[in-house]
Write a protein that binds this ligand. Structure first.
Ligand SMILES: Nc1ncnc2c1ncn2[C@@H]1O[C@H](COP(=O)(O)OP(=O)(O)OP(=O)(O)O)[C@@H](O)[C@H]1O
Length: 251
């Protein structure tokens, strides 16, 4: 049994002749929050598409809790929870209906599903809103429901693809705090794609991706030391030539 929730080895991917990922290697351990930092076009969404098997890579290997996503995809994907950049909730269904639907897709029976739904919604302070239609919720609350949904089947790895885009500061801070709590309490592994450096906590790990290549990786303190930087903003600027928070030129 491996302690790695995610292993990515020698991963490359191209759209036609356009190389999007170039020999990417990293691991995420259980109980570790890894921030994937990169400007627009760095390859973050491509990496997530390969982990979730939207696309298949010809070069390299991805394993979830030791299960190869191509050869043992059922076991591998059972270990994975995902929050995509765009909301994928049904706006005309209630919070509970959305979550029950997802639980059913994972083969969780109604009684167990309702218990898990209550547990996760309470944790996110959303249980009182369970009967509301999703379209009545604000952006921050929708995101919380999506995080609850991604956790219903007890995944080992939670993938977050820029989940705070478009949210106001208090909503963003609440989600950042909640995810970091989950990592500590549940020993969850998190891979969090963002271009926002204020989402990084002191004990997070960091991967800086730029033009399909990993420019730095390790615990935040190690990356600061290796790049002779005072803060994550300086790391980002030095390695990508973009100021912090800048989304970079559209590729
Ligand atoms: N469907 C596609 N066809 C061709 N090129 C693509 C396609 N999707 C992405 N690319 C290119 O692949 C590279 C990586 O893109 P990707 O979307 O993975 O980056 P990203 O880091 O997720 O950026 P963003 O922050 O904008 O989501 C970019 O150069 C992009 O233009």
């Amino acid at each position: 049994m491996t302690d790695f929730a995610l292993e990515v080895q020698g991963l490359s991917f191209a759209y036609g002749s356009k190389k999007a990922l170039d020999n990417v290697n990293f691991t995420v351990s259980t109980g570790e929050c890894t921030i994937l930092l990169g400007p627009n076009g760095a390859g973050k969404s491509t990496l997530f598409s390969l982990i979730t098997r939207l696309y298949d890579a010809r070069e390299g290997r991805i394993a979830l809790c030791g299960y190869d996503v191509k050869k043992q995809s059922l076991q591998a994907l059972a270990k994975l929870g995902v929050v995509f950049q765009q909301t994928t909730l049904d706006p005309d269904l209630s919070v509970t209906q959305n979550l029950r639907y997802h639980a059913a897709l994972h083969g969780i029976g109604r009684k167990a599903a309702d218990a898990r739904i209550q547990e996760e919604l309470e944790r996110l302070n959303m249980f009182d809103r369970r009967g509301e239609k999703v379209r009545q919720l604000n952006g921050g609350h929708k995101r919380r429901v999506e995080i609850a949904r991604a956790l219903l089947h007890h995944p080992s790895l939670l993938l977050l693809d820029e989940p705070t885009v478009g949210l106001d500061l208090p909503s963003r801070q609440a989600i950042v705090a909640h995810v970091h709590e989950l990592v500590k309490q549940e020993q969850l592994a998190v891979l969090w794609a963002t271009h926002l450096i204020d989402e990084i906590a002191a004990d997070d790990s960091l991967i800086v991706l730029h033009q399909g290549q990993i420019k730095a990786k390790g615990k935040l303190a190690e990356v600061l030391q290796a790049t002779n930087s005072a803060d994550p903003g300086e790391v980002f600027h030095k390695l990508t030539q973009n100021p912090p928070g800048h989304k970079g030129p559209k590729a």
